[in-house]
Design a protein around this ligand. Sequence first.
Ligand SMILES: Nc1ncnc2c1ncn2[C@@H]1O[C@H](COP(=O)(O)OP(=O)(O)OP(=O)(O)O)[C@@H](O)[C@H]1O
Ligand SMILES: [Mg+2]
Length: 486
Amino acid sequence: MGCQGRTIGGIVGLASSRTVEVVAPKSSLTPCILDDDPAQLEMLSAVIADIGYETVLTSSPEEALQLVKSGHCRLVLVDVHMPRMDGYEFLNRVSRSDPGAHIILMTGDYTLESALEAIRRGASDFMPKPIDRTRLKRSLDDIAALYDQRRRVGALEEQLLKDLEFHGIVGKSPAMLEVFDFARKVARHYTDVLLVGPTGTGKELVARAIHQISPVSQQKLAVCNCSAMVDTLLESQLFGHVRGAFTGATDTRPGLFEFANGGTVFLDEVGETSLPMQAKLLRVIENREIQRVGSPEVRHINVRLISATNRDLRAEVLAGRFREDLFYRLSSIHIRIPSLKERLEDIPLLVQFLLKKYNGAYGANILGLTRRAQTVLLGHGWPGNVRELENVISSACITATGDFIDLADLPEQLQRPEARSRGDDDWKPLSLEEVRKVHIQRVLEMCQGNRLRTAQFLGIGRTSLYRYLKRDGLDTRKEKTGGAAA
Ligand SMILES: Nc1ncnc2c1ncn2[C@@H]1O[C@H](COP(=O)(O)OP(=O)(O)OP(=O)(O)O)[C@@H](O)[C@H]1O
Ligand SMILES: [Mg+2]
């Protein structure tokens, strides 16, 4: 009954002779007391038990750090003057590895300046010794209330993540909730849909969600990336071919429209198709008719078309690169997916979702982001949208050494503000050749090294891109893959 704390870390035999009233623990905060003086440990432990908290005692800073890391103790009361690691160094180490933990520094040399300095460095409180019981109680109760509040918020956020996940798509911004709502409404009707939005915003996810909640969810969904293939290959992919239709056509094969008959075909990057291919797609939409390459036979199919583009199709029509009639047929029901920059409030939820995903995938246990890393994420422009955020979080899950993702775990262009704001501010009278080089590098960076995507953004062929990269001495890196293909 008289023992207030469990003792570890080289201090033994701390059973107190003092008898105190047993008080039910107030909170699962479990303060840890770190002091090299056993008498202080015993004394403080008795006081804190009397206030109503169960404590853990140690004289080893490493053990105290471990107790914080494992989540066992969320508060450490630490003596400023200790031989191996002083209280400030301990505070630094905890702030780096777990910004959510609370530290109370205790000292015999209290001054107002040192107290303010400790608070500036992230301490929850700074207490003069001998410890005043009333003051200590107030401080512990305040921290416990904050801790319990954070835990409740954490549980709510977890629930929120579940509630705000729409078929694997996460978002709580009004703009995304509107997307979910509209997608839910149109999915019920077996109608064609156009998804418009910048790269990496989740168009393919929305297409899959629409299929999943449509009346034909039991039927097939075929995905075709229209920009990944030359016209002849794309035609045979979509419409199929008969044996001997072209060199290499050694057998007769149905295309994706037949494969997904009764279900859905997702045409990604439809804005990249050629005018002749657009005419064939129009025929599918208007008459639900297809012909295998090399066959005169007309086949009737019944598929829902979901198309996606990151181009402004109206501008493409005006430029003569996209058929107006196809544009109107495709866009009668369209959903615009906003860029991540337009919905920065989704970032914390997305980060939580992605951490869960990549902790699971890599067997990691990253608990979150440090405050400064969070600030950087909220200040970034996200040209690659959620795909870029996903890449940042997944690679940080591999490289992070602590339990929290910190600045050093983020890509260089996010760490250095000058790299982030390369733009009008650092305008220089460059030659056109120089501008081309810098521009290609930036687009390549945005596409995380994916050259196919880079070429698409630049509006040039892959061969031309390779030529430029070679000329600029950038062709040595291995190509990163990505993007959906059929
Ligand atoms: N709201 C979201 N919640 C969870 N993951 C998302 C979300 N939006 C995008 N992602 C993830 O980001 C990546 C890119 O998404 P997706 O391929 O659907 O984008 P896209 O708009 O089709 O891009 P592109 O135009 O380049 O083809 C995927 O890994 C996807 O899982
Ligand atoms: Mg896509």
